[in-house]
Ligand binder design. Structure first.
Ligand SMILES: C[S@@+](CC[C@H](N)C(=O)[O-])C[C@H]1O[C@@H](n2cnc3c(N)ncnc32)[C@H](O)[C@@H]1O
Length: 252
C-alpha cells in the first residue's frame, strides 16, 4: 500500500492534535521505502478545510455515521467489475473503501483514494493496513489539480464535492480521469428542499462546517453528462447523481 504526494509542489505540514494521541503520526510511504514523516508544508496546509480536518480526523469515524448515509448505494451505482480501476476523490478516512473492496478482485481490481488532508489520509492508511487490503493506493492531492496520468472505470465523490470551493474544476478534473464508458457518481448533501423551516437551519449548520449545499452541482453535472441520472433522498437531505462517459470528448 502506498501513500504518496502526486505533485512534488504539494507538500503537507505534519501536525498532530494533542487530543489525537491514539496512534502513530501520519506517514508517507512508497512501496519499497521505509516509512517517513510527511514534509513541512506549503500551500495545501493553508486551506480552511485542511485545518478543519486536522482536528476533526480523530473524531471523524465515531461521529459521521450520524449524518453521512448511503455510501453503499452510491458505490453500487458505479457498477464495478471485478477488475475495475476505481478512484475515490476526497476519500477521507476511507469509510467508503469496504464497499469497493467487497466487489473488486484483490489481484485485478484496484482502488485509489485521493485526499488533500494528510490527517485524514493517515486514518485511511491505518484502515487499509488493519484490513489487509493490498490493492489500495492513497494519494495526497488537491481534487482541483488532479493529474494522475491514468484513467479509471469508476470515480466517486462522496460528501466531498460540496466541500470544494472550486468544485466545478474538480468535476472537470474527475471527468478527465474517466475512461470512455466509465461512471462517475456524486453522492452528497442536497438542499433540504422538503424540510420546511428546518431546511435553512440545516444549510447554515453545514455551511459552518465548510459544506455548501446551494451551488449548481446538478446543472454542471448535467452539462458534462448527457445521461445524468439523479436520485434525491429524504426530502432533499442528500442526492446521488450518476453519469456515464460516452466517448473521448472533452466534457462541459
Ligand atoms: C466529509 S469528508 C468525506 C470523506 C469520505 N468520502 C466519506 O464519505 O466519509 C470530505 C473529504 O474531502 C476532502 N477534501 C475537501 N476538499 C478537497 C480537495 N480540494 N481535494 C482533495 N480532497 C478534498 C477532505 O479533506 C475530507 O477528507
Amino acid at each position: 500500500m502506498a501513500v504518496r504526494l502526486h505533485d512534488p509542489r504539494i507538500e503537507q505540514r505534519f501536525a498532530w492534535h494533542p487530543l489525537c494521541t491514539d496512534g502513530d503520526p501520519p506517514i508517507a510511504r512508497w512501496p519499497n521505502e521505509p516509512a517517513r514523516m510527511l514534509p513541512e508544508s506549503c500551500h495545501l496546509s493553508q486551506t480552511a478545510v485542511q485545518r478543519f480536518y486536522r482536528y476533526q480526523a480523530c473524531v471523524y469515524d465515531s461521529t459521521r455515521w450520524m449524518i453521512l448515509h448511503g455510501r453503499r448505494r452510491a458505490v453500487e451505482r458505479l457498477r464495478l467489475q471485478r477488475d475495475s480501476k476505481a478512484l475515490v476523490i476526497g476519500c477521507g478516512t476511507g469509510l467508503d473503501f469496504r464497499y469497493f473492496l467487497e466487489r473488486l478482485d484483490p489481484e485485478r481490481g484496484r482502488l485509489t483514494g485521493v485526499d488533500f488532508s494528510a490527517d485524514m489520509l493517515a486514518r485511511a492508511e491505518r484502515r487499509v493496513v488493519a484490513s489487509g487490503w493490498s490493492n489500495v493506493e492513497l494519494v495526497q492531492a488537491d481534487a482541483t489539480e488532479l493529474a494522475l496520468g491514468r484513467r479509471f472505470h469508476a470515480i466517486l465523490f462522496s460528501y466531498s464535492l460540496t466541500m470544494i470551493p472550486e468544485w466545478a474544476t474538480a468535476v472537470d478534473r474527475a471527468y478527465a480521469h474517466l475512461q470512455p464508458g466509465g461512471r462517475l457518481v456524486v453522492h452528497d448533501f442536497g438542499t433540504f428542499g422538503g424540510w420546511g423551516p428546518l431546511g435553512p437551519i440545516m444549510r447554515t449548520w453545514l455551511r459552518l462546517n465548510h459544506v455548501e449545499t446551494q451551488r449548481p452541482y446538478l446543472d454542471k453535472l448535467n452539462r458534462v453528462f448527457a445521461n445524468l441520472e439523479t436520485t434525491r433522498w429524504l426530502g432533499g437531505y442528500n442526492f446521488t447523481a450518476v453519469g456515464r462517459r460516452l466517448s473521448d470528448d472533452l466534457g462541459g
